[in-house]
Design a protein around this ligand. Structure first.
Ligand SMILES: *Cc1c(COP(=O)(O)O)cnc(C)c1O
Length: 457
């Protein structure tokens, strides 16, 4: 007899995965290496060690180790908010009147409000283990900075966050959560770094940008004894840490013999898509199963659907390493009226290679459609979703409505990467009918792509 599936599938504490999964071990075509911007040679651990934590650098460059043991101290922290529930969206199914079976993994059930804590705690642990005093990072709207400040508080590390000035001033809530957890939060650009002072001199009154905050955070890390820099997405190590999400989904589905047909996640730099889907992609790469996996990105920042698979700089300032990835060009900045996050011009090199090899598809969606889906979901399921996560909701609803037309009862699983409590300014715009979308034209994108570095490779 078929088991009745509960509304929430909870796992036991001892069912939290004990290892992280590295999908590169199962990839025939490995992602292209990061290149040193000065020499154009593949980056080595020695290149990375002055900037990032040593143990994390080993993970970053390891294409072969399939599983890494999760340290006990990190597992202990995970117990505070994991395992996260897999929810059968019975109420959404009913609202849509679809025969599809919809599930979502909810990663927003911690104070930082998103999946980013899964990697923040791992990165803080390795910094502590290396004997560092503290770590530096940048944050835009503040999700990553919040997660990192929680992780640093747990291990007693100093946490210096450079927060894009306009967010620092306009979004005081995350800033105060960070300060409550003991982080030192500086509006960027600031006069605390040479690069910040230079930018302030050249552009007095600037409200900052992510690229500028990165430059300040890196400078603060390399010029201060006992500090290193950490990053919350895009990197291979972050995808490894986030694999806890997809592995928990696999365990929960197995409990009730559920076989998913379609897996969906939003993507900005790729950490939640990679974390949620890579364990399933591994099954596909090993020839054990087949799934339809859909990445969802904003039409206003369409790296996968409109970008080029090429080596490019990871930052606006063109000082960071070159990565071969789907990119819109390092100078591309999405329009300021794009409210839904997912603003990075490039994409994880792992996911870029897998997309290039046809392992999954990608859809670009417009933000009014995203918020419409968010509202449908919130009213049906009672959870206010993050705008980023709502990109996945939009496509999950589209797929469920297709099932309604065809009468197929497909099983759809998506990742609800976070809550929308701190995104109420964006909801306010949507509710007031003033949210617009500025989608870059093909000519605009071609202009940015013509500036890609010309490498003889
Ligand atoms: C940061 C964030 C994302 C996007 O980043 P990825 O690295 O692509 O996962 C998605 N959802 C939420 C809730 C986030 O905070």
């Amino acid at each position: 007899m078929e088991k009745k599936i509960p509304y929430k599938i909870y796992l036991e504490e001892n069912e939290i995965p004990k290892q992280w999964y590295n999908v590169r071990a199962d990839m025939k075509n490995k992602p292209a290496p990061l290149l040193n911007p000065a020499t154009l040679q593949p980056l080595t651990v020695e290149d990375l060690n002055p900037i990032f934590c040593e143990e994390l650098n080993k993970m970053e460059l390891d294409n072969d180790t399939r599983y890494f043991d999760i340290p006990t101290e990190v597992l202990d922290f995970y117990k505070m908010y994991r395992p996260s529930p897999l929810v059968r969206a019975y109420f959404l199914e009913k609202a849509l009147d679809t025969p599809a079976k919809i599930y979502y993994k909810f990663e927003g059930n911690n104070t930082s409000g998103s999946h980013k804590l899964n990697s923040a705690i791992a990165q803080a642990y390795y910094a502590k283990k290396q004997g560092l005093k503290g770590i530096t990072t940048e944050t835009g709207a503040g999700q990553w900075g919040t997660a990192l400040s929680m992780a640093c508080a747990y291990f007693g590390l100093d946490c210096k966050v450079f927060m894009v000035k306009c967010s620092y001033e306009q979004k005081p809530f995350r800033r105060e959560v960070m300060r409550t957890f003991g982080a030192n939060v500086t509006p960027s650009p600031s006069n605390t770094t040479a690069v910040g002072r230079k930018i302030l001199e050249e552009h007095p009154g600037t409200t900052g940008s992510l690229g500028c905050a990165i430059s300040e955070a890196v400078e603060a890390a390399v010029t201060k004894e006992g500090y290193r820099y950490v990053l919350g997405s895009v990197l291979n190590q972050v995808l490894i840490h986030q694999s806890i999400i997809g592995q928990e989904v696999q365990t929960a589905l197995k409990k009730y013999d559920i076989k998913p047909d379609i897996l969906i996640a939003c993507t900005g730099g790729g950490s939640n898509l990679g974390g949620f889907a890579a364990p399933f992609m591994g099954e596909m790469l090993r020839g054990e199963a087949d799934y339809k996996i859909i990445a969802v990105e904003p039409a206003s920042c369409p790296s996968f659907t409109k970008g080029k698979f090429a080596y490019d700089f990871c930052d606006t300032g063109r000082i960071c390493p070159l990565a071969k990835m789907y990119t819109l060009g390092s100078q591309f900045i999405p329009s300021a009226n794009h409210a839904g996050g997912l603003r990075f011009h490039g994409m994880s090199t792992i996911l870029s290679q897998l997309y290039h090899d046809g392992l999954f598809e990608c859809r670009a969606v417009e933000q009014n459609d995203v918020f419409k889906a968010a509202v449908t979901f919130a009213r049906a399921e009672g959870t206010l979703p993050a705008p980023e996560s709502s990109h996945a909701i939009k496509v999950a609803i589209d797929e469920a409505l297709k099932c309604k037309e065809s009468g197929e009862a497909k099983t759809i699983v998506f990742n609800l990467s976070g809550t929308g409590y701190f995104d109420l300014v964006a909801y306010e715009k949507y509710n007031s009918g003033v949210l617009t979308d500025e989608i870059p034209s093909d000519e605009t994108i071609a202009g940015y792509l013509s500036q890609l570095p010309k490498l003889d490779l």
